[in-house]
Structure formats: C-alpha cells, structure tokens
Design a protein around this ligand. Structure first.
Ligand SMILES: Nc1nc2c(ncn2[C@@H]2O[C@H](COP(=O)(O)OP(=O)(O)OP(=O)(O)O)[C@@H](O)[C@H]2O)c(=O)[nH]1
Ligand SMILES: [Mg+2]
Length: 222
C-alpha cells in the first residue's frame, strides 16, 4: 500500500491541496483513502467524503509522527484490511516531521500483512508567509524542507515574484537536491503535477542512520 504525505507548516494549504489531489487521483482511477491528523479539531468534511466514495480517518490529539505513532500504524493497517486502497493520502499536522511519519507508517507492517511503499515526500512552502517562517519557526520548516523529495511553493496566485524567489533560495539553501515546483492549491495550478509525482514515483524507506547524519550536520558534532 502506498502512503503519500503532504507536509507543510500550519496553514500552508495542505487541506486545500489534498482535496484537489484526491479528486484528480480518483479521476485517474485510483482507489484512495485519506488520513488527516489535526491537533485538536475535526476538519474532514463528512459530506465531502460521502460524496467522493473514499475512506477517511481522522486522528486527533497528538502528532502522528511521535506520540500517537501506534494509533497511526493501526489506522493504516485497518484501512488496508478493510478498504485496501491503492494510495493513502496523509495530511500530517503542520508540526509533523516527514521522516518521523515515514517511520510511523512502516510500523503498520507489524500490525498486518502488508508492505508500505512511500510516495515522494511533498512539502508545501507558503510563499505568502515565507519571511515569517524563516524567522519564527525556522527549525521546523527547515526540517520539513530537508526531508522533502519535492517542495511545492504554494499560493503562487497571490505571492509576489520576490516572495517566490525568497522561498526558492531558502529551499535551495537547505535541500539543494530537492525538486522545486509551483502550486496554487486554491486555483489548482500544480495539482496535476503533484498527482504525477504521487502516483508515478516512490521514495526511500525510513533510514535511521541518515537521519542521525542530518541531525549532526544541523546541530553540530556534539
Ligand atoms: N492565496 C491562496 N491561499 C490559499 C491557497 N491554498 C490555501 N490557501 C488559504 O490558506 C489558508 C490555509 O489553507 P488550508 O488548506 O486549510 O491549510 P492547511 O495547511 O491545511 O492548514 P492546517 O491544517 O491548519 O495546518 C486558507 O485560508 C486557504 O484559503 C492558495 O493556493 N492561494
Ligand atoms: Mg489542514
């Protein structure tokens, strides 16, 4: 079962993007499930779910990449056993760490008979709030970018050229290997491409030694 995460800081446009991605992937013939991890409130619109014939689960009360990893793994196992989708789209909370989520997803292999395959990690970078993020929540956003396979600079419909350039430079400085693409989850630009990435490619499994190496580089040797 393939697991696709749409990461990004709080308010970066994840839900807006996930809804459009789900529509497009269903149109392409994939069977989908979605898991939303909101810290606190319920955000999946049940009417939307019913109208789209897909399976949805909400996990609240903690971040799926850490405190409630067990619950997330059980949820994935249960989705696999009951619904068996081609792809599970996960909207992590805005403070989740992509590789932590990969690891948590792999725990589900111990809960039932299945193999998890990761879609490329997509991180949305909010072009409208790039300056704020580089100051106020830099460490977190850096981690989300460093662990991304493809970074989508989002909200390009209203962002200035300068904002977009700042976001590009910031991403490049943290993860020079990451592909950078543009998105407006509001008007749909970039959604088709995100679906190509999710359906057509895979990303590596969680690698503890690689994570330790990255942390060393980030925080110094001791
Ligand atoms: N201009 C513009 N605004 C957007 C775009 N995508 C989302 N927004 C707005 O950004 C805000 C947050 O969008 P959400 O999709 O809820 O973002 P989120 O990442 O799911 O937010 P959390 O789940 O709370 O972390 C909303 O007010 C959206 O209308 C976009 O492409 N362009
Ligand atoms: Mg959301």
């Amino acid at each position: 079962m393939k697991v696709s995460q749409i990461a990004g800081f709080l308010g970066s446009g994840k839900t807006t993007a996930v809804m459009k991605i789900v529509d497009e992937l269903i149109r392409r013939g994939y069977k989908l499930a979605i898991v939303v991890n909101d810290v606190g409130e319920i955000s999946v619109d049940s009417k939307y779910i019913e109208g789209h014939g897909l399976e949805a689960r909400e996990i609240s009360g903690g971040c799926i990449c850490c405190q409630i990893a067990g619950t997330f793994a059980e949820t994935l196992a249960m989705i696999h056993d009951s619904f068996d989708p081609d792809i599970v789209i996960v909207e992590p909370s805005g403070v989740a760490i992509p590789w932590g989520l990969k690891r948590a997803a792999e725990y589900s292999e111990e809960k039932t008979n299945m193999i998890i395959e990761h879609a490329p990690v997509i991180t949305l970078v909010d072009a409208l709030r790039i300056e704020m993020m580089m100051k106020a929540v830099r460490r977190l956003v850096e981690t989300q970018i460093r662990e991304a396979d493809v970074c989508f600079i989002n909200k390009v419909d209203t962002a200035s050229a300068e904002n977009i350039e700042t976001a590009k430079k910031f991403i490049n400085s943290i993860n020079p290997g990451a592909e950078i693409a543009m998105m407006s989850s509001e008007n749909g630009d970039g959604i088709d491409y995100a679906c190509d990435v999710i359906a057509g490619r895979v990303s590596g499994r969680y690698d503890e030694s690689l994570e330790k190496e990255m942390l060393k580089q980030q925080y110094g040797r001791n």
